[in-house]
Design a binder for this molecule. Structure first.
Ligand code: IMP
Ligand code: MG
Length: 178
């Protein structure tokens, strides 16, 4: 494998900072309009969603709360292992609240399928997904994301929260390593 500085030179910008900012603003407006009333909990899936979530909630113009889930599936590779482990489960009560699960990217759908199963057991008032990126390759999704930032190309993407072996999360744009 190439050293990370070498890999960065190979990267190609797929979504630039300005494009992301504009789309996140629109998503915030869509989400604001979709929840006219009720208690809204925005549940960010760490680590990948941390930048997206922090930009997104500032564009949602209604009362809300924020909590996080930590799930791990990829290890250091670029292929989903399908072994989704939940490392932190929110202590917050989910029953009776609108839950908006915020994901960085939907790839095989294994993460979403596992989380949807777990979260539905907590009997939320509603459960929706907001994904920054959607690869549209998942054979079956327990819940299709209601809010999607961008359709993603079939490449391994990094930046704006997305990593490769924990690198590149800090990039302000989204780049392709391949
Ligand atoms: P899934 O379970 O295969 O849908 O994978 C979802 C998780 O895998 C995401 O939350 C990401 O953390 C990671 N992932 C999937 N595709 C990519 C990618 O292109 N770049 C970086 N991470 C990815
Ligand atoms: Mg990851």
């Amino acid at each position: 494998m190439l050293p990370t500085t070498e890999m960065l030179k190979l990267a190609r910008v797929v979504f630039d900072e300005h494009t992301i900012r504009r789309r996140v603003q629109e998503l915030g407006q869509e989400i604001t309009a979709a929840y006219p009333s009720g208690d809204l909990l925005v549940l960010g899936l760490l680590k990948g969603s941390f930048i997206f979530l922090s930009d997104l909630v500032r564009r949602i113009d209604r009362p809300l709360q924020v909590d996080f889930l930590v799930a791990a599936s990829y290890g250091s590779g670029t292929v989903s292992s399908g072994d989704v482990r939940l490392l932190y489960d929110p202590a917050t009560q989910l029953e009776g609240r609108h839950i908006l699960l915020v994901e960085d990217i939907v790839d095989t759908g294994k993460t979403i399928n596992r989380l949807v199963e777990l979260l539905r057991k907590r009997r939320p008032e509603s459960l929706e997904i907001c994904a920054l990126l959607h690869k549209h390759v998942a054979p079956r999704l327990a819940l299709e994301p209601r809010f999607v930032g961008f359709d993603a190309p079939p490449a391994f993407l990094v930046g704006y929260g997305l990593d490769h072996a924990e690198n590149f999360r800090h990039l302000p744009h989204i780049a392709s390593l391949t």
